[in-house]
Design a protein around this ligand. Sequence first.
Ligand code: FAD
Length: 506
Amino acid sequence: MTAVSTPHVVVIGAGLSGLSAAARLRQSGVDVTIIETASAAGGLVRTETIGGHRFDTGATVLTMPGLLVDVLDAVGVTEDQARERLSLTPVDPGYVMNYADGTSLTIPHDAAAIPAAVADAFGPKSGSDVADLLTWLRRVYDAEFEVFIDRNFDGFSDLADGRTRKAAAELVRLRTLGGLTGAIARFVSDERLQRAFTFQALYAGVPPHRARAIYAIIPDMDIGRGVWAAPGGMGRVGEVLASALVDAGVRISYGTTATGFTRDSAGSIVAVDTTHGPIAADAVVSTLERDAVARLTGEGRARRRLTYSPSAVVAHGLVPVDVTARWRSGHHTLDFGTAWTQTFAEITGRRGRVMSDGSFLVTRGAVGDPGTFVVDGLESVSVLAPTPNLDSAELPWDVLAAPYVNEVLSTLAHRGYSGIDSMRILRIDHPRTWQRAGLPAGTPFSAAHTAAQTGPFRTRNVWPTIDNLVLAGSATVPGVGIPPVLISGGLAASRVVDMLSTGGDR
Ligand SMILES: Cc1cc2nc3c(=O)[nH]c(=O)nc-3n(C[C@H](O)[C@H](O)[C@H](O)COP(=O)(O)OP(=O)(O)OC[C@H]3O[C@@H](n4cnc5c(N)ncnc54)[C@H](O)[C@@H]3O)c2cc1C
């Protein structure tokens, strides 16, 4: 790699990880170009117009907004300006949870109000138990976040420093080395409440009964710290970040696809080949899945075989507002079937199958933002049904998706969402959709956070065979979802900055 006065880094992908990496690189005085296949930033955090109606077609549950403020801060946007530009609104209640026995639990945005809401639904003892649980969740977060999540690891020797040992000791004290369900059950005995604080393991691609208690950090992030919404839809997040990056001098080349790398005799990348010609680079941050990166490097496919998260079928459609008004639901409604462990066995098993007694997520952005999500009395409604990925069940989703969605909607209609079975479906995304978008195993949720694919064991953010190629995004550390990928961008940038300052050694 040649030493240059102002190094130029190419970031592949303008999803949230790429935007986060680019902001941190720019902050370090590096020239940055982002190349993005699509015509807009945000990647899987997006709002699309389908049949004249707006839908959040990727992520909907936005947590840890401070991480977005941090990205903006890196490109000179003050905290006040950042909050104003993002204009995020608290989603209150953060979740509505409907159970098969007819109980309904609303989770207020403000954690201080949660025990009372739980007491209303499940009695005073449950309320005080949940107060204790929330305190424990926060302690897990405090012990874990900076030391084990927002940090690059190079080997087990990194785990030996004093700060890490202290945090590890705290996690042992908090009894996080056992299972998640058992840990939550120490606080709440009601199985319905246990679901409320363990379903989040699925966000990490693992069944709650197999997840380690260290994943208690996720319910702290959403239930403990509250869920947020972006006015106009989730696509606003990428727009705001991209616009601030451009103001700070980052170039974003939309409609440009990376097709390969040009390398020098030492094997370092000197240019990213794209559909619009080569772009010279001193280092590259790729936010793509590993196999896609391996194709760009000419290596074919990544060496290590991974276990991928379950996938999902997501139906986007329209329901009249006078019909949705009758539902017991909020912006994010979880509708649980009677089955639980079996449901996860079905969607995460080696031989997966569709849920026989499903649990679903019903999303109604209109609850807080009717101006965006209601047109002519018709409300945009999205229904997400977790499914096995294509590695565990190679189902013919192109023909199966529509009848499966009809079945899901009919189940929901029987569970109290009267009229949902008449939803005018505008689009269904399913595992084959994600597969066609290049996502391995047909899942948008990347490699599962199994014990062997988490923390120091997750795919590292340095590419093993190329000294100036670094990874960000859900395929690498720390993992899947908006908060982790924002963090991954910062971790990737710090790798690149170290690499540039040491002339390529790492
Ligand atoms: C239906 C759904 C629901 C979800 N729900 C949630 C949720 O509620 N909460 C949550 O936190 N997370 C959720 N997620 C996960 C979250 O959206 C992702 O983990 C995160 O957005 C991934 O960000 P990323 O930057 O790693 O990748 P991406 O967003 O996938 O960005 C990668 C970018 O690279 C571009 N690209 C691909 N190939 C090339 C190429 N060759 N050249 C140039 N550009 C290229 C793509 O167009 C894309 O813009 C959900 C995802 C989906 C799909």
